[in-house]
Design a binder for this molecule. Structure first.
Ligand code: PBG
Length: 326
């Protein structure tokens, strides 16, 4: 047969590993990863979260050991969550000086002062209702919640947090946190807003981990409807206007289009949160021998960067750092 001529030979740039490397557009770096850690009271606690193999509740001294290990691997930032000793209607451990997150912040800084410490600012793990704001007559009350959230952020800053990350999705929280931080003298502490956070079923395993499942109802009156993308731009715009320093899209895997849209519309550093359910699915498939975990995870993390994320919060950070090291 007479072959056509003049078609493009795209395979030329794929011929050798060296050429493929030259033309690679996005490269994963260990410094892109933010590693979530769960701090718990007690000593000698290293309790694996059943639905998240490889993720643990760690008491302070074991958390310190973990920070030594990940520092050695080149991980430069952590996101701290706490499992409080008790829950009450004022979420008082969220902003207690000896609260579990406050202790964890000091512990991380003790081991590695250069580690960038980000704290999750929310109330859901600290009150018996398991909601991200204050509950009154079965409703999640917006404005009164802001007071406690701001107090929590300030207490994290006092403990030494480098960045605070509100995940509650109350309206006005960025403005409230900014004002409170500034008044307390923390003018230079940035806010990493969970700006675009969907009401997602992919948070299931995390709620086991943080003991933070809502005791009634769901989070749909404050977290976003997964069907919406224009609203993601409104949420981002509001947070930028209120003073956010970073934007975030969460979850990440099912929302790559949103990551791209936020990237194209805003110039702030953008974080993708590769959430618990996404991690657990891959772990389960890998444990069954159905996927090659290393290759699949690196492909996925690269996908987040290609979609436009600058930073990735992922439970796979430690393993990915090991894989990247080769
Ligand atoms: C707290 C919070 C949640 C996550 C991060 N911060 C849970 C939720 O909103 O229900 C989810 C993280 C994950 O699933 O990995 N509000």
């Amino acid at each position: 047969m007479q072959l056509p001529t003049g078609f493009q030979r795209l395979r030329r740039l794929r011929r050798t590993a060296g050429i493929r490397s030259m033309v690679r557009e996005h490269v994963l770096n260990t410094k892109d990863f933010i590693y979530p850690l769960f701090a718990a009271h007690g000593t000698g606690v290293k309790e694996e979260i059943a639905s998240m193999p490889g993720v643990y509740h760690l008491s302070i001294e074991l958390l310190k050991r973990e920070v030594e290990e990940i520092s050695e691997l080149g991980i430069e930032s952590v996101l701290l969550f706490g499992v409080p000793a008790h829950k009450d209607e004022h979420s008082s451990e969220a902003y207690a000086e000896q609260g579990i997150v406050q202790q964890a912040v000091r512990a991380v800084k003790d081991v590695n002062p250069d580690m960038t410490v980000i704290t999750d600012v929310c109330l859901c793990a600290y009150n018996p209702d398991g909601h991200c704001g204050i509950v009154r007559d079965g409703q999640i009350v917006n404005d009164d919640s802001l007071v406690l959230l701001a107090k929590t952020a300030v207490s994290h800053a006092h403990a030494g947090a480098d960045i605070v990350a509100p995940s509650d999705m109350m309206d006005g929280r960025i403005a409230a946190l900014r004002a409170a931080l500034d008044q307390a003298g923390f003018l230079d502490i940035p806010i990493m807003s969970y700006s675009v956070k969907y009401a997602s079923a992919f948070y299931g395993p995390f709620r086991d981990a943080a003991h933070s499942a809502p005791s009634f109802g769901d989070r749909k009156t404050y977290q976003m409807d997964p069907a919406n993308s224009r609203e993601a731009m409104r949420e981002s715009m509001a947070d930028v206007e209120e003073g956010a320093d970073f934007l975030m899209v969460k979850p990440a895997m099912a929302y790559m289009d949103i990551i791209r849209q936020v990237r194209d519309n805003f110039d702030l550093p953008l974080v993708a949160y590769n959430v618990s359910g996404e991690y657990s699915m891959l772990k389960a498939a890998a444990q069954n021998g159905w996927i090659d975990e290393r290759q699949v995870v690196l492909e996925l993390l690269t996908g987040f960067k290609r979609a436009g994320a600058d930073l990735i919060i992922t439970y796979h950070a430690k393993e990915a750092a090991q894989w990247l090291r080769g």
